[in-house]
Design a protein around this ligand. Structure first.
Ligand code: SER
Length: 388
């Protein structure tokens, strides 16, 4: 099943169940939100989870692009991407957890044809602040799905304060043989769908208070499920990455881990640019800059003549089209090229400055501040120049 078909099957299934499709999927959170990028499908819905009525009602479905930099070091494994898409559903004070999980089970097994024997669930075991999630446990037992109980892994929040709650996660077996063990003990169990019983708010002092309404917030990782349905062992092999795997290797000779990192970060950079962000030394623009610089560092380690200017227009266009962004591929390539030149100049200057006798030994905090303030050399660049 191609990703596009997976998205439409998901959306139509929930539309049949009375959910309205919400659009507005940019990576940029609504104005006033202190977070740099949207990190999950629920993120733009925070005011509605906290009780404001949503104009489209109490049952919603959407496809949201998300960006997470917390997992940057894990990019390149089988399941993590910097920019990924989340299929989400919400009950804003409407139906409860068991109905949501039951529908989720129905979609995965009947709608998408997954053998129920390849599923495992996890459920919140309860702690001093919140009781165990018995309703979810009962639902899974009724469906014959094995359950593992955990505490921290089954509590979802989007930050230290704000809406949060116990969750029940659905895992799909990705191993070759029959399923074994449990999700926390065997990472061949891949988490695909999280259902959060979003009914608490964490306050500044760490205490929990009930939200004005009992919500359900679910998020399904599109690329993860797509790759498993397509019989692939990593997200980098699902159909969304076909153009990258076809067009990047002829340009640059890279081993598999480097290829994954380059494809992930470049694709993310294109999407961030597509949403109107420009490289900068702070905030969103700095996240973009860091992604591009990580790509260049990997490319130049292999061959200093590799250049982002060689990125084919088709590849950029394919990504912009997929995310329904109307920026021109030429414009995106232009910014990437400028950023590359800037980084090349910075690297040259950095090498010259670091060759001075003063910087030969161990660098003090004062040296690092001086290099940054006077020569524009960020700490991570200094570290990588000295390593190289
Ligand atoms: N908010 C939850 C998550 O990001 C479910 O949507 O996993």
């Amino acid at each position: 099943m191609r990703t596009e078909q997976l998205v439409s099957t998901f959306v139509e299934y929930f539309e049949e169940l009375g959910h309205r499709l919400i659009t507005g999927s940019t990576l940029l959170p609504p104005p006033g939100d202190p977070v740099l990028f949207t990190t999950s499908g629920m993120h733009p819905l925070t005011p509605y989870l906290e009780g404001s009525p949503h104009p489209l009602g109490k049952r919603l479905v959407n496809v949201q692009r998300c960006l997470r930099t917390t997992d940057l070091e894990e990019v390149g494994d089988a399941t993590h991407l910097t920019v990924f898409e989340m299929l989400g559903t919400w009950s804003l004070g409407d139906y409860g957890g068991p109905l949501s999980l039951g529908w989720g089970f129905g979609l995965l097994t009947e709608g998408l044809g997954i053998d129920p024997g390849r599923l495992h669930a996890t459920v919140f075991a309860g702690d001093a602040h919140c009781e165990a999630d018995q309703a979810s446990l009962d639902l899974w037992q009724d469906r014959g799905v094995p359950v593992e109980l955990t505490v921290e892994d089954n509590w979802w929040s989007n930050g230290p304060v704000g809406p949060c709650g116990p969750d029940s996660e659905i895992f799909l077996w990705s191993g070759d043989g029959p399923p074994e063990s449990t999700p926390t003990r065997d990472d061949r169990w891949v988490e695909v769908w999280n259902h959060v019983m979003m009914r608490h708010r964490r306050l500044d002092d760490g205490s929990l208070v009930p939200l004005p309404q009992r919500n359900i917030d679910t998020g399904l990782g599109l690329e993860r499920l797509a790759s498993l349905l397509q019989g692939k062992s990593s997200v980098f092999e699902c159909d969304l990455f076909d153009p990258w795997r076809r067009l990047v290797p002829p340009l640059w000779r890279l081993d598999e881990p480097s290829l994954r990192l380059v494809c992930d970060h470049l694709r993310s950079a294109v999407v961030i640019l597509g949403d109107g962000v420009r490289p900068a030394s702070t905030g969103r623009g700095y996240v973009l800059r860091r992604l591009v610089r990580r790509v260049l560092t990997v490319l130049w380690r292999e061959d200093p003549s590799y250049s982002l200017g060689d990125l084919p227009d088709d590849l950029v266009r394919d990504t912009l089209d997929h995310f329904r962004q109307d920026r021109s591929p030429g414009d995106v390539r232009h910014v990437l090229r400028d950023e590359e030149q800037r980084f090349r100049r910075l690297m040259e200057r950095g090498r010259q400055v670091l060759a001075r006798p003063r910087f030969r030994g161990r660098l003090s905090e004062e040296d690092l501040h001086y290099l940054h303030d006077t020569h524009g050399l960020p700490r991570d660049l200094v570290t990588s120049l000295r390593r190289g």
